[in-house]
Structure formats: C-alpha cells, structure tokens
Ligand binder design. Sequence first.
Ligand code: B1M
Length: 212
Amino acid sequence: MSAEIAKVAELVEKGKGKLVGAAVQEALDAGCDPTEILNKGMIDAMGVVGEKFKNNEIFVPEMLVAARAMKKGVEVLKPHLASGATGSCGKLIIATVAGDLHDIGKNLVAMMIESAGFEVIDLGVDVPIDKIIECYRENPDTKVIALSALLTTTMPSLRDTVAAINEQDFRKDVKIMVGGAPITQEFADSIGADGYSEDAASAAVLAKSLVA
Ligand code: B1M
C-alpha cells in the first residue's frame, strides 16, 4: 500500500474527519487509483475499526467518528469513482431496512448504481416497509428496489421487507436486489429476492443485468 493510502487509512481509523478529505486529495494527486483508495484506505480501515469494536478496544462513539471520517473521504473520491452517466436505466429505490442505521455501504452502492445510469431514490436508513411500498406507488416506473442490511439482527427485517413487497400487486413489474455484510446468495434466494451482490461495484453490474 502506498504511503498516501496508508495515511488515509490511519485517519479514517482514528476518525479524523477534518483531515481525511485532504489526505484523499493528496493520494489522488500522487496518482493512486481511486478504487484502491476506497478499498484499502477506507473500507479496510472500517474493517479494522469493526474488529477493535468487537474486541472492546473502542466503543460506539469511536465507530461513529470513523464513519463520519470515511464519509468525508468519499465526498472527495466520488467524482473520481462515478462516471456521471444519466438515468437512462430507469429508477431504482434504495434503502437500509428498518432497525438498521448503517449507511456507508448503502451509500457506496447507491453511488455506483447511479453512475451505472440509474436514477436513484435513496430513502436512507431504518426505513419501514410501508415507506418503501409507498415510494414505489409514487414512482410506479421504478425498475429495481435495492435493500441493504448490515447487521445479523436486521436480516429478519430484510426478510420481512422482501416478503411484504412480494405480496404487492406490482411485484411482477419490479426486481428486488439485496446485500450487506451478513447477507449471502443463499439467504437472498431463501427470502425471495431476485438478486444478491457482495459489494458496490458488483451491485451496479447486478442492477443493470436485472433490467436488461
Ligand atoms: Co456497527 N456494527 N453497530 N456501527 N459497524 C458493524 C456492522 C459490526 C460488524 C461491528 C463488529 O462488531 N465487528 C457489528 C455487527 C455484528 C453483527 O451483525 N453480528 C456492528 C454492531 C454490533 C453495531 C451496533 C449494534 C453497536 C451497538 O450499538 N452496540 C449498532 C447498531 C445500530 C443499528 O444499526 N441499529 C452499530 C452502530 C454503528 C454506528 C452507528 C456507530 C456506525 C454506523 C454509522 C453509519 O453507517 N453512518 C457503525 C459502524 C461504522 C460499523 C462498522 C465499523 C463499519 C460499517 C461500514 O460502514 N463498513 C462495522 C464493522 C465492519 O463493517 N467491518 C460495524 C464499510 C462499508 C463500505 O461496508 O457496510 O459492509 P458494508 O457495505 C459493503 C457491502 O456490505 C455491500 O457493499 C458495500 C460496499 O462494498 N453492500 C451491498 C451493502 N449494502 C449492499 C446492498 C446491495 C449490495 C451490496 O444491494 C442492494
């Protein structure tokens, strides 16, 4: 890993939000690949933060400042990751399911999907089932509903959300894709989703294939 990316990782881990943006810019100026800055400098750093949390070395507030720091870095990186395509693939609704407050992964997925050519409607985090269904009814030309769950404890919420959408009269007109750290292809199949992907880049490929 280059020294510039290592610096980004260190600042994200330490939650130094005010400094991360400049460090990302330095890494870009030094010619570092934007995807590597994201993966090695930020996502891996959040992995370290998660491990420390699991081992009781840090607590929720530290996780939160690390998350804020990563968001600052992503803001600087965004124009270098996104292609700026227009919404020619149609509308896609994205949400983190009810009970789950994690949004960094969902935001990255939304960003990659948007740059793949979708018009993304982002409902945010902790989104109740009714709000997703209401949003679809307001946007009946939506092609895909994309749902994130980042906790093992919100996997049932994801299952319930997909089950509720599966009962709607519009189900045949929309595809459902799911993802998030604890989600697997097997789980996605078992709850009746149309697709699963592991990360943001493959989520964009999946979304396109679902509407092809
Ligand atoms: Co939380 N947290 N957290 N947390 N947190 C994890 C997820 C955890 C793994 C940490 C750990 O213990 N090692 C653990 C979950 C354990 C489990 O599920 N069994 C955990 C816990 C326990 C909790 C709390 C319960 C802690 C507590 O309060 N005691 C609590 C729950 C709150 C709630 O949601 N109700 C909690 C709270 C928080 C904060 C609010 C402090 C903060 C989130 C802030 C925010 O998001 N704005 C936070 C953070 C930052 C983390 C870690 C450290 C980082 C998460 C992250 O952003 N990762 C995390 C540890 C870790 O992930 N290693 C942890 C980076 C992100 C890019 O990855 O989200 O996986 P990810 O997204 C990926 C893929 O999953 C995929 O693509 C993304 C990009 O590659 N993907 C999709 C995601 N959505 C997709 C959708 C798709 C396709 C792919 O299609 C639709």
